[in-house]
Design a protein around this ligand. Structure first.
Ligand SMILES: [Zn+2]
Length: 489
């Protein structure tokens, strides 16, 4: 026994262009709880998860020398004394300053005799498997922090924290530019991208309204902001370049995790002096307070970000399954933000399958913290689509909630739509939303009154959306099309 149904697409072979666009949105679940500490194997590497757009790493402060790891035989071995403790103080001071928001902190607890987490893995781990595990954990925690910051804010800042033993008691700020490169004039630094393009703040230079030389050593540059807090720095307004004095300009981590190689996380290296920075707990707290004040201004000026404003929050959504021609919702969404008024939070939607769920079929209602989303798939379509809801605050902070919408084909009819007419190549193009498990025949007629239908295209047991075309279609006279659906035997 056969059952038959048809839908007719009437078309004067006019252009009917379907603009399908695909909005990708990353929606990784965040497995790390801000403020909690996570350890790699044997507690060698430590990660304090954060929710600020700021990441700090301390690769050279560790003092642990476990017997299972062999001593390194070449490279540099000096410990950057108390930089691990300083990183923890920075975490505490920032959390108090920014209303409970936490920076991302990555610390290597191993002595540099055992590992160097600011060199490539060959020199850093020197072939030992367990040392390589720790080295990779250090790098991966930074990568995880960067991904979290990117997801939550779209951009952010990274500092690799070190300590130097040079005689001049100043912070050496490394942007991957040598002392000689910093010795050129501001005009030369600002000409084109010769200098900014090889720096660790390459992306920030494009984002900030300030010139590159301003970022390096103008009044709102990082070095000048730290100097204004009582921590002399080079480069800065007062000390625009190191001259012939000893100077570290940034190492492996600054290359890997600033924006030189891409991305929207810019960064720098701080080589800190000992006295007044690291030598006791009062110094460390003073330095951490100065860094918080400097970065508060720096983010505001150059990232257009308010460090006191956390990323918004949105409740999660559960996956949904409906029958064809149904709709989903309204599904409740509870949204929140630390500073941005709720009315100013912007909700956007993305659909991974715009054939099934066009963006125009996703509607938001509600106000305040209680919002609702209603999703209507294409009538008679079937398949699945990931619907991602993004909530953005005025600070650029983002949160996402997503769910998979599955549309069953049960009881559905096929849908035939003319998509466009391309006389030079394929003729008239169709989009056929087929019904799984059944056979379909697309037919055309040049004489609707006489009901003369000719087969154009047949398909049995198709899946989802198909495309076909009529090469014989002309632009001169009306032609009619229909699709016949018959149950497969
Ligand atoms: Zn170091």
């Amino acid at each position: 026994m056969n059952s038959s149904a048809s839908s007719i697409a009437r078309c004067h072979l006019c252009l009917w262009l379907l603009a399908a666009f695909f909005a990708a949105a990353s929606a990784h679940a965040q497995p790390y709880v801000p403020g909690q500490t996570y350890f790699g194997r044997s507690n060698y590497i430590e990660y304090i998860a954060g929710n600020l757009p700021f990441i700090i790493s301390a690769p050279h402060g560790g003092t642990n020398k476990p017997a299972e790891l062999p001593d390194r035989t070449y490279g540099t071995f000096a410990t950057d004394t108390a930089t691990d403790t300083l990183a923890r103080t920075i975490r505490t001071v920032f959390t108090n300053r920014f209303g409970g928001l936490v920076p991302h902190v990555i610390i290597c607890n191993l002595d540099r005799d055992k590992i160097d987490c600011n060199r490539e893995i060959i020199e850093g781990a020197q072939g030992n498997t367990n040392t390589e595990i720790a080295w990779n954990e250090f790098q991966n925690f930074i990568a995880t922090a960067k991904q979290t910051v990117s997801n939550q804010f779209g951009r952010g800042f990274y500092i690799d924290l070190h300590g130097h033993g040079h005689p001049i008691q100043q912070l050496e700020i490394g942007y991957l530019l040598s002392a000689g490169e910093l010795a050129v004039s501001d005009a030369t630094l600002d000409a084109g991208t010769n200098y900014s393009g090889q720096s660790s703040i390459k992306e920030l230079d494009q984002r900030s309204l300030s010139s590159f030389s301003e970022l390096l050593r103008g009044p709102t540059g990082f070095g000048s902001l730290m100097a204004a807090q009582g921590f002399p720095s080079v480069p800065s307004q007062a000390v625009p370049d190191p001259g012939t004095n000893s100077y570290f300009n940034g190492g492996y981590n600054t290359v890997q995790h600033g924006s030189l190689l891409g991305g929207t996380i810019s960064g720098l290296q701080i080589e800190s002096n000992y006295t007044n920075v690291r030598n006791n707990s009062v110094s460390r707290t003073n330095f951490a307070n100065a860094l918080a004040t400097a970065l508060d201004t720096y983010f505001s000026n150059h990232f257009a970000m308010n460090l006191h404003d956390a990323a918004p929050a949105v409740t999660s959504l559960t996956n949904q399954t409906i029958n064809a021609s149904g709709s989903v919702g309204p599904l409740g969404l509870t949204i929140a933000d630390s500073l941005t008024p709720l009315a100013q939070l912007v909700l956007r939607a993305a659909s991974s399958n715009t054939n099934l769920v066009p963006l125009a079929n996703i509607v938001f209602t509600g106000s305040g913290s209680n919002r609702f989303v209603t999703v209507t798939p294409v009538p008679y379509g079937n398949g699945s689509s990931t619907i991602t809801i993004t909530v953005t605050d005025t600070n650029g902070g983002m949160a996402t909630a997503s769910f998979t919408l599955t549309v069953n084909p049960t009881g559905s009819l096929p849908l035939l739509t003319a998509v466009n007419y391309d006389p030079a190549r394929t003729g008239l193009n169709f989009r056929l939303v087929a019904v799984a498990g059944q056979s379909h025949t697309v037919e055309y007629s040049d004489d609707l009154q006489a009901q003369i239908w000719n087969p154009l295209f047949s398909v049995t047991n198709p899946a989802g959306v198909l495309h076909t075309n009529d090469k014989l279609g002309t632009n001169n006279s009306p032609r009619f099309y229909r699709v016949r659906q018959e149950m497969s035997p």
